[in-house]
Design a binder for this molecule. Structure first.
Ligand code: ADP
Ligand code: MG
Length: 728
């Protein structure tokens, strides 16, 4: 008897919602309370120091040592008043997640202990980096890595610790994190976009990259979680038969939020708001026990820091509510997975969203210019964009149960598609009609009257235009958004640079500016057509069609990473100075290694569960049936006994078949791993894991899931899908 499972079920079932302390203040009053934001800086820094730091934040001016000391002193005082005793540089190693090493403020001075925090410590540290993946960049004898302050993301206090967002680079200057290339990609995009903006408006001096992520997640009662070693060790269920009811009725999405969950959400929101994360939306997602939280969009670097901070807060807060949060992309087979939709746009310092249709012809020409350049960037680098969201975990989600397929295409919607089609077929002279009042009118396309029908959505598209932004929906729920945002901003930067050069050369050859812009836009519309797809991205026909169009259809994760090293992709990184070839190579090494390790861990957990949890229980059940059959044979005449035990005999045959297959396949799994482990090349090793280990895991799971349906429910040791997904 599986007494543990039933004891835990009982515990989980009886759980009540945690009652939160009433919050006296309104969100507007406590928003950013734990952040060393502009208001706090104004209060704790001298006027001169404040001006210097604001200049550093807004214009990237390096902060001199003199001012750094001033900032550090003010920051320390503020943090100590918040209850902080420790500080840490907070960075984003390539492992995913964030890293921190806490030091306390105390220092010795003249034999006594004082609280000290200098500008030097604020600005730069040298954490021992030897345990972080570097993909071979760092020599083992040179373990040092630098973390250096990113003033554009404000410091904040969590618990007793002052956290200082930093970049993380090697001794030789290569990026070992996501933040460094992200900052470079954002500024490369800004530089390129500003040049193109100047065709339309000379006043633009900066273009911001904006990101509004939507974070999907599952909650599971912690008692049930504890009884699932696969969830604990890998973040997903490696086995488990479908629950009879799951999401068929579509009764969960946007349904009323369960009380325990609502308490968790409110608690999380409070913490988020205090840390300056502008969370706004919360709702049930499609799958049972799946939910979503989304903030108001922010500048991409800050938004990404906020997403990372949110993920760690979620884990902490969930525990206060006896939940565990699952950020894995596919915790449950056959059930919707979790993504992190990255809503992305570009906006000028003059307040114009470059991806929103405007009010007049000139504004709309600008809109179409940026839209088409994004399309072209996505078209040229669709392989790279896909690589940026690929991981061992997201692989289970892409292409399965209503998740974006492993092919990047763009949904534009009917209106915008028509505009582009008309622009494409018109002659330049038809397209441009001078209008002295409105400036340029895009005659054929009625662009001045564009207004976007926001309901025109296609949830099957991995990269959808949603009226004033693009939504990159293929990003995984556990991912660092940085990976996708680095590629997107870099690809768009490179494309805008090309566009600018082409238009400039036409102008230099005597073409009028608007005509030159049109000529190039129309050429791009024709060239990037293959990326546009408004149909059903989940269908098999699309896979065939996409292959015909020459889009990247590779599904093997290790092979997808190759995109980072393809010459056309290396070129955009190096041209924009976002990453060097060495950095790209090292990033791939880390990606391959991480892939291998994740599969390796899963395979080991699966082998262990199969042999120590499932097979013994199934054998015991088999033996009960055999006893039964033996008793029939002992008590009844032979032919009657045969009839009476017929069903039991059938079941025994099935159980025994599944057991022996599981055992054989687990042996094969161990062998496949041994072979793969001997390979030294990280790429080859990851490919071996993908090609030989993963398929065996799927087979083993198949037989275990069959056993789950046969074996006596009372004996089954692991909480079942219906329990994990419906108890809340
Ligand atoms: P839906 O689920 O309908 O796609 P949500 O309201 O859940 O939309 O989330 C939309 C996200 O897009 C939010 O984070 C929002 O702040 C963000 N967003 C809205 N406008 C922009 C924009 N111009 N640029 C980037 N993100 C945006
Ligand atoms: Mg949403």
């Amino acid at each position: 008897m599986s007494t543990l499972r039933f004891k835990l079920l009982d515990e989980a079932f009886k759980r009540k919602a945690v009652v939160l302390e009433p919050e006296e203040k309104r969100p507007s009053e406590f928003f950013g309370e734990h952040v060393f934001n502009r208001a706090a800086m104004a209060k704790y820094l001298s006027k001169r120091t404040y001006n210097a730091i604001i200049d550093a934040i807004d214009n990237g001016t390096p902060l001199s040592r003199e001012y750094a000391d001033g900032v550090a002193t003010g920051m320390k005082q503020w943090a100590m008043e918040q209850g902080a005793t420790h500080y840490t540089h907070w960075f984003q190693p390539l492992t995913g997640g964030t890293a921190e090493k806490h030091d306390s403020f105390i220092e010795f001075e003249k034999g006594a202990v004082i609280e000290e925090f200098s500008g030097k410590i604020l600005i730069q540290q040298e954490p021992d980096a030897s345990s972080f993946p570097s993909g071979g960049i760092r020599n083992t004898f040179e373990a040092r890595g630098y973390s250096a302050w990113d003033p554009s993301s404000p410091a904040f206090v969590v618990g007793d610790t002052l956290c200082i967002p930093t970049v993380f680079i090697s001794y030789t200057g290569e990026a070992l994190d996501y933040k460094t290339p992200l900052l470079k990609a954002i500024s490369a995009m800004s530089e390129a976009a500003v040049k193109v903006c100047h065709f339309f408006d000379e006043n633009v001096t900066k273009v911001f990259s904006y990101l509004g992520w939507e974070q999907e997640y599952f909650l599971v009662d912690e008692a049930l979680y504890a009884a699932r070693p696969d969830l604990v060790l890998t973040g997903r269920t490696l086995m488990g038969h479908d629950s009879a009811k799951n999401q068929q009725l579509e009764d969960h999405y946007f349904g009323s939020i369960p009380t325990r969950v609502l308490a968790f959400m409110s608690d999380l929101e409070r913490e988020c708001l205090k840390l300056g994360i502008p969370v706004k939306t919360r709702h049930n997602e499609v799958a049972p026990n799946q939910f979503e939280v989304a903030p108001i969009f922010e500048e991409t670097n800050l938004a990404n820091d906020h997403n990372l901070l949110l993920m760690s807060l979620m884990k902490k807060v969930a525990r206060r509510h006896n939940f565990r949060v699952l950020l894995h992309e596919k915790p449950f087979k056959g059930i919707n997975g979790s993504g992190k939709h990255n809503n992305w746009s570009m906006g000028t310092n003059t307040g114009v969203n470059l991806l929103a249709p405007g009010k007049n012809g000139m504004e709309n020409l600008q809109f179409v210019t940026f839209l088409v350049n994004v399309l072209m960037a996505v078209y040229k680098h669709n392989d790279l964009l896909k690589a940026s969201i690929c991981s061992a975990t997201n692989a289970h989600r892409l292409g399965a149960n209503e998740a974006p397929p492993a092919i990047v295409s763009v949904f534009l919607g009917k209106q915008i598609s028509e505009v582009l089609d008309k622009l494409e077929s018109a002659t330049t002279d038809e397209a441009i009609k001078m209008d002295p009042k409105a400036g340029i009118k895009i005659g054929v396309a009625h662009i001045p009257e564009i207004f976007i029908d926001n309901t025109d959505r296609n949830r099957t598209s991995p990269f959808a235009f949603t009226g004033n932004r693009f939504e990159f929906r293929a990003v995984g729920s556990s991912a660092n958004c940085g990976a996708a945002m680095i590629v997107l901003n870099t690809a768009v930067a490179a494309q805008l640079n090309d566009f600018y050069a082409e238009v400039e050369s036409l102008i230099a050859a005597g073409t009028q500016k608007e005509k030159a812009i049109f000529t190039v836009i129309r050429k791009l519309i024709k060239e990037c057509k293959a990326i546009r797809f408004d149909g059903n991205g989940y269908s098999d026909e699309w896979k065939a069609e996409a292959a015909r169009r020459g889009l990247d259809c590779e599904t093997s994760v290790p092979l997808n990473f190759d995109a980072y090293l393809r010459p056309k992709n290396v070129k955009i990184f190096t041209d924009t100075k976002v990453m060097s070839e060495v950095e790209l190579q090292s990033r791939c090494e880390v990606k391959w290694e991480t892939y291998t390790k994740k599969i390796q861990i899963e395979a080991r957990v699966l082998g262990d569960l199969a042999m120590n949890h499932i097979v013994p229980v199934a054998s015991r059940y088999q033996s009960i049936l055999l006893d039964n059959i033996a008793k029939f044979n002992a008590l009844f005449p032979a032919d009657e006994a045969k009839t009476l035990s017929e069903e039991d005999t059938k079941v025994v045959r099935k159980v025994s078949k599944h057991i022996s297959t599981v055992i054989t396949k687990v042996d094969a799994l161990v062998d496949a791993r041994k072979v793969a482990n001997k390979i030294t090349d990280e790429r080859e090793k990851a490919i071996a894991y993908h090609d030989t280990v993963v398929p065996l895991m799927d087979e083993i799971r198949y037989h275990i899931d069959k056993l789950e349906l046969i074996v006596d429910n009372e004996m089954w040791p692991l909480p079942k899908y219906r329990e994990l997904l419906f108890i809340r």
